[in-house]
Design a protein around this ligand. Structure first.
Ligand SMILES: *Cc1c(COP(=O)(O)O)cnc(C)c1O
Length: 395
């Protein structure tokens, strides 16, 4: 087979289409927000992770403009080659304060963070224990690591403990989403925390070395759980030296990029060894400025998060009342179980025709197809009312 053999791709594409797994990009002609315009028509948008409606917030845009005036656009190089500005440093200080950790480091995206950090902290001879519903970027990070990856049943801490006890490894690293991105349920972090603490051979005292590390992906918890501070605060847990937290600026914070927060040494280790940090150009300062503004905003305006949760409860109640199964949703991510791939596409299309944008989520993103509704603080009561109404006709 030649590289320029188009036949190979057309056969593969046809097979995707045959299985209803072919995907297409839709082009929005408006800012990201509760209402978006596609092909000249307005839709109520229940598809974004812009949980607090900050993606088009004037504070973020203003901060970004000012930074653009001062620092220009491109960064020109990776951080270690001097692509970063003093704003990068300021954001890292802010994140460490926000997370109550010694240190923090900015990554270019959540995907880059997970695929860079996991191989950096889990090496040959180590074992990674990963929840079966973890995000694709975690799965890819595990694949890039030389450590052995062992998958435990979704949220099953007993299964996790059994696997940990029977596995011999130099270091054991538990990796979990705190909010699962396609199911909207929350990890059993309290149990995992206790397990991890009790398994640390050398006790809990810092700076004694430990052999059990907990890596938490707070992508959907940042700005959403624990007054916006994330899953540890939600559960009333301390950021122990054996915990590394990752989160994103791209979802509730309405900006772009990601961070890792933890004790000084592990973060410094990540800075020195994570390839996605070392070998990728720094984020533009105007993006960093927007992330700083977003952090300031959620501390200044707790009503944003209250509004998000009030909207979430209203939507979840309304959808459940219609008889739909929202699986185990506990957060603004509300999946609706829809059976076959074909039916899921049909429902998504029918909602689209009624002016509601809610995407069909199919394998390989999930095992069971679903419509994934995400509610934000920016939705009005009327928006949520229209969603419920569009769902009334039994599908
Ligand atoms: C979205 C997401 C990421 C990736 O973050 P990006 O900034 O979009 O690259 C990582 N982990 C989880 C759980 C996510 O949902």
């Amino acid at each position: 087979m030649l590289y320029n053999d188009k036949v190979m791709f057309s056969i593969s594409l046809r097979s995707l289409k045959g299985k209803n797994l072919f995907r297409e990009v839709k082009h929005r002609n408006s800012p990201q927000g509760p209402k978006i315009i596609i092909d000249g028509k307005e839709y109520i948008n229940f598809s974004s992770n812009d949980y607090l409606g900050l993606a088009n917030h004037h504070d973020l845009i203003k901060a970004s403009r000012l930074a653009m005036d001062k620092f220009g656009l491109g960064s020109g190089a990776s951080r270690l080659i001097c692509g970063g500005s003093i704003l990068h440093e300021e954001l890292e200080k802010k994140i460490a304060e926000f997370k109550e950790t010694e240190s923090a480091l900015v990554f270019n995206s959540g995907y880059a963070a997970n695929t860079g950090i996991i191989p950096a902290i889990a090496d040959e001879g180590d074992a990674i224990f990963s929840d079966e519903f973890n995000h694709a970027s975690i799965i890819d990070g595990c694949r890039l690591s030389k450590a052995k990856t062992i998958v435990y049943k979704h949220k099953d801490t007993d299964h996790l403990e059994r696997l940990i006890r029977k596995t011999k490894a130099k270091h054991k690293i538990i990796v979990t989403d705190s909010v699962f991105s396609m199911d909207g349920d929350i990890a059993s972090l309290k149990e995992i925390y206790e397990l991890c603490a009790s398994l640390n051979l050398y006790g809990r005292g810092y700076p004694a070395p430990t052999n059990c590390l907990l890596y938490i992906d707070d992508a959907h918890a940042t700005g959403v759980l624990g007054n916006g501070k994330g899953s540890l605060v939600h559960f009333g847990l301390k950021p122990e030296p054996w915990i590394i937290q990752m989160g994103t600026f791209s979802k509730a914070l309405g900006s772009f990029g990601a961070f890792v927060a933890g004790s000084r040494d592990p973060i410094n280790w990540v800075l020195n060894t994570a390839r996605s940090f070392i070998f990728s150009t720094a984020l533009p300062s105007c993006v960093i400025a927007a992330s700083i503004a977003a952090l300031e905003l959620i501390e200044k305006k707790p009503e944003l998060i209250n509004r998000l949760w009030a909207n979430r409860d209203k939507a979840a109640k309304g959808i459940t009342k219609l008889g739909y199964n929202i699986i185990e949703s506990e957060t603004p991510i509300i999946p609706i179980k829809t059976g076959s791939i074909k039916n899921t596409l049909k429902i998504s299309q029918s909602l689209f025709e009624k002016g509601i944008f809610a995407p069909a989520i199919r394998p390989p993103s999930v095992k069971e197809p679903r419509i994934r509704i995400t509610v934000t603080a920016a939705h009005s009561d009327e928006d949520i009312g229209r969603l419920i109404k569009a769902l009334v006709t039994k599908m």
